[in-house]
Design a protein around this ligand. Structure first.
Ligand code: TYM
Length: 326
């Protein structure tokens, strides 16, 4: 179905190499939906600043995420690809949202509560993160926002903020919906917890064969012997088979888990083979693209202009609505 008049917005933070959780949760949706929606996919570099304060690294990461986007199949001819900082109106809008949002409301955000529970020193950027994210989404009039399950609360905050602004200043913002793939929700890492750049539990989306092998081999399993039945629902290796193993091979595996007859070593070997087969073409495409970084910089610059122009039009309406435009 063509929903070309509906707007899709999403982004990835350039804080490290993307992993298969980012891909199956979010990036694969960007590719799948780009011909259906008017798509705006950005690199959330201002969000990255809340945790990454190394200019050289941030700079390299921005180009890296752009290459990742292109390598997985986001097409700059149909999707507007840009970096968040090229749309400064987003920061301006976030300030307006700050002024209609209360501190106790933002204190309920999971990311803030987690940081606080770990006794981390929290910067204002971390606390204010959901407001900048609401601005990213609302400034482009997004209808849908494809993300992984961990972003659900951020989308709830975004909707609340749009509704609150509309109530106070008059109908201005579209109220967007998240799009979370039910089958995927949260991809587990090699320790069974949520796969996350900040934990040592990822399988890189462009990992080498050796890295894939190393990551899979360290997945913990119980001590059941080869011929004992095993529970596919609790096995952390099997959780990844659900993404990478298909058809008769998957059916056979499931059967051998349930009735006994497969050891974890063999299960891991099959998984390594299937992940490697999936990643190899992506990795090769990325290597080719990385040879011409000027093209990537040009794509970001052009995308930035398009996104900024739309954002400025919207921001002018906001300025009028709140009363600062004369
Ligand atoms: P980030 O960079 O942490 O993650 C990018 C996307 O990957 C999804 N994801 C996962 N999905 C399934 N399983 C996992 N284990 C997993 N880990 C990550 C995330 O849900 C996300 O969709 N706050 C965002 C960036 C952002 C944004 C936005 C997104 C800033 N502004 C506006 C959408 C709209 C973030 O940190 O994503």
């Amino acid at each position: 179905m063509n929903r070309n008049n509906l707007v899709l917005v999403s982004g990835v933070k350039p804080t490290g190499r993307p992993h298969i959780g980012n891909y199956f949760g979010a990036m694969s949706q960007f590719v799948e939906l780009q011909n259906e929606y008017k798509s705006f996919i950005f690199i959330a570099d201002l969000h990255a600043l809340t945790s990454l304060q190394n200019p050289k690294e941030l700079n390299e990461n921005i180009i890296d995420v752009a290459l990742d986007y292109l390598a997985v199949g986001i097409d700059p001819k149909v999707t507007c690809i840009y970096k968040q900082s090229d749309v400064p109106q987003v920061a301006e809008l976030a300030w307006v949202f700050n002024c209609i949002t209360t501190v106790p409301y933002l204190m309920r955000a999971h990311a803030f509560k987690d940081a606080e529970a770990k006794n981390k020193e929290i910067n204002i950027g971390v606390f204010d993160y959901p407001m900048l994210m609401a601005a990213d989404i609302l400034i482009q009039d997004a209808d849908i926002v494809p993300v992984g399950a961990d972003q659900k609360q951020h989308l709830e905050i975004t909707r609340d903020t749009a509704e609150k602004f509309n109530r106070i200043f008059g109908e201005t913002f579209t109220v967007p919906k998240e799009r979370i793939l039910e089958k995927v929700e949260t991809i587990p890492g090699t320790d069974g917890q949520k796969m996350s750049k900040s934990r040592d539990n990822v399988i890189g989306l462009f990992a080498s064969d050796n890295e894939i092998k190393e990551a899979v081999m360290k997945i913990p399993t119980d001590s059941k012997e080869v011929d004992e039945p095993k529970d596919p629902e609790t096995c952390k290796v099997f959780a990844l088979h659900k993404l990478f193993t298909e058809g008769p091979e998957f059916e056979d595996l499931l059967h051998r888990y349930e009735s006994g007859g497969i050891g974890y070593k063999e299960s891991k070997e099959i998984l390594i083979k299937n992940i490697s087969n999936f990643i190899a073409p992506l990795r090769e495409k990325r290597e080719r693209l990385a040879q011409d970084k000027d093209i990537v910089i040009k794509i970001l610059k052009d995308g930035g202009e398009v996104a900024r122009k739309r954002a400025e039009e919207k921001m002018e309406k906001v300025r009028q609505a709140v009363g600062v435009s004369l």
